[in-house]
Design a protein around this ligand. Structure first.
Ligand code: 3HC
Length: 292
């Protein structure tokens, strides 16, 4: 496949806007799509402020930052993706909603285009089967926050072709990322290991082993993780963690993946983490630090 020149990113949330930013900062023309114009305007300001942060730390020049912003366009019309070489979806983690999107993208995208999903745990093989081009469907899983995290996990569906894999790997490396490759089993590599750890931290809190602060400090200072598991759960979103645990439990058929009742309770209560201002911790708007 020829070098990817233009990509489309579907979903203007934290992941979609971060992916669009990484691509444009590495010389790729990007269209970012969201049905909600407000989401697009929020994405636009978060991308600008993140690029500004890279400029202010002298990681890139002001001119490079300005060029990156020029390569980026926003749209609420999926038809704008008909000329894209590569499309990455980063919408809600629902298999049905993603399948509907893949059916639409399959009709709109040119026949050579690759359709990638940033899903954190849904089967790429099943998403691919909703299209007429399963050989050109692949998982491209970015870590949060995409502009900072070095990894992309590439997931091969049952029918993903070698050409699709090679083009995706080349694009990921062009974006400055390190690639790991996973077969298509629930949770892939990172979430299969990370989410049970987070779930276990909830069990430690639930059963009174320790305070949330001590659980997080233990893992931060005891194992050199940048965030403790409960703080990280708030950062990822407790609803996302719960939904991934459920995918692991259903897909791997083992009770060891059963979500902790405390995690379920927090999600039921709407304590979804940083995005809601409250999760395991409470967050003040003006401060990025956690408050117990
Ligand atoms: N844009 C640009 N730069 C950013 C940024 C952004 N959005 N966010 C952070 N940075 C930069 C900062 O400017 C700073 O740069 P410097 O090293 O040159 O000074 C650096 O990143 C560190 O940022 P901060 O000092 O503001 O804050 P921290 O040191 O607390 O780092 C963090 C923030 C990078 C998020 C760090 O806490 C971290 O790595 N946390 C763990 C994140 C993680 O594990 N993510 C993976 C989650 S799992 C996942 O995504 C899978 C999914 O499917 C669930």
């Amino acid at each position: 496949m020829a070098t990817v020149k233009r990509i489309g990113v579907v979903g203007g949330g934290q992941m979609g806007s971060g992916i669009a930013q990484v691509a444009t900062m590495h010389g790729v023309d990007v269209w970012l799509h969201d049905l909600d114009p407000q989401a697009l305007s929020k994405a636009s300001s978060s991308i600008s402020s993140s690029i500004h942060r890279f400029v202010s730390k002298s990681h890139i020049t002001q001119a490079k930052g300005a060029e990156a912003l020029k390569r980026l366009r926003f749209t609420s019309n999926l038809e704008d993706f008909r000329l894209a070489d590569f499309i990455i979806e980063a919408i809600v983690e629902s298999e049905d909603v993603k399948k509907d999107l893949f059916v639409k993208l399959d009709k709109i995208a040119k026949s050579s285009a690759i359709l990638a999903s940033n899903t954190s745990s849904i089967s790429i093989t099943r998403l691919a089967s909703s299209t007429s081009r399963p050989r050109q469907v692949i998982g491209m899983h970015f870590m949060n926050p995409p502009p900072v995290m070095k990894l992309i996990e590439i997931v091969r569906g049952a029918d993903t072709s070698e050409e699709t894999f090679a083009a995706t790997k080349a694009l990921a490396e062009r974006m400055g990322k390190v690639v790991i490759t996973s077969q298509d089993y629930s949770g892939f590599i990172v979430n299969r290991i990370l989410m049970p750890m987070i779930n276990e931290a909830f069990f430690a809190l639930y059963t009174g082993v320790a305070t949330k602060e001590d659980i997080d400090t233990g893992m931060k200072l005891g194992t050199n993780h940048p965030m403790g598991p409960l703080e990280l759960a708030d950062f990822i979103g407790l609803d996302v963690c719960l939904s991934i645990m459920r995918v692991l439990q259903a897909g791997l058929g083992d009770n060891k993946y059963a979500p902790c009742p405390l995690l379920v309770k927090y999600v039921d209560a709407g304590r979804l983490g940083r995005k809601r201002g409250v999760g395991v911790y409470e967050y003040h708007k003006e401060s990025r630090s956690a408050k117990s």
